[in-house]
Design a protein around this ligand. Sequence first.
Ligand SMILES: [Zn+2]
Length: 346
Amino acid sequence: MAWSYGLLFDNAAAFLSYMQKNLSATISACHVHHTYIPAHKNFTGSNHRKLQDGMKKAHLSRGFSTIAQHITIFPDGKIMTGRDVDLSPASAVGYNEKNAKHPFMFEMIGNFDRGNDSLEGKQLESAVKITQHFYEKNTKILFHRELLIDGKAPKSCPGTGVDKNGFMSLVKKTRPLPVPEDDLVVKVANHKLYNRPLFYKVPMLKGNDVLALQERLQIHLDHLFGPNTRDAVIEWQQTHDMRATGRVYYEVWDAMFQHISKKDTNRSFHRNLSYITPLLRGVDISRVQKRLNVPTTGYFGEVTDEAVRLWQTNHNEKGRPVDDGKGLPITGVVDKKTWRALFLGE
Ligand SMILES: [Zn+2]
């Protein structure tokens, strides 16, 4: 089967197996883009081909031989083929190379500049898995904004809301992909690995991750997240100064298995906090939010980012107010220095 334009694949694995059969060129890099236009609001759930054809038409009108990208990743995680993968893409001026050896280019439908669409769920998963495929072959992963023209970033693409380090930590599997609650699958877990949120529902969640949780809580081991497990989680959360939800999200799992004591989590700096996609969450973030008088959501989002930047502008390393521009570096990142300044004297 030769490469065809406009084929729709349900997920990354399905597309990748098709690509393997049709790729003879050497892939030199993987270029990551967002479309900006069309954005999520233009996606109806079924107009994949219409959006793809619209982009192709726009690219033809700019003098390209066909659509610029090899594939498009839609908000539902589905993937549509574009330009033949054996041809060099129209990714970025000066970086497209020759047909025999060239970058792979994908576009994600959406405007991922801050305050607009968010890259999440199935779309994030497909983007991460496609990127992973190339990363595992030691192929360079490049965001469009890293493809400099005269030393300058051409645009924010794939969006100021998509942090490269955060994205790459998912690609490198140093951070787990967040699993949407309504899309739970039972996977085998080990004590160290967080797979999915755990909570009580009917039918009950079952698995080795539930077993690990029950072992940790020293309750009856039956692999099933029932009311007893929920109550034990609530009790654990209460004694560890966490919100008593009875639900085990990453922060709870992490606290249970990483042996981060209540004291450490509340008092000590243990990681850099910043606005990345997907959002970081944790009790350390709640603590920063309380300090900055922003709503305590436990998620490091845009509001927290802005509050951190403002605070850095107006305070020095000792946490003292300044109005002479001699504040902390305005990074939006709560690193060790900013953390110390925030909580000094508490
Ligand atoms: Zn781009």
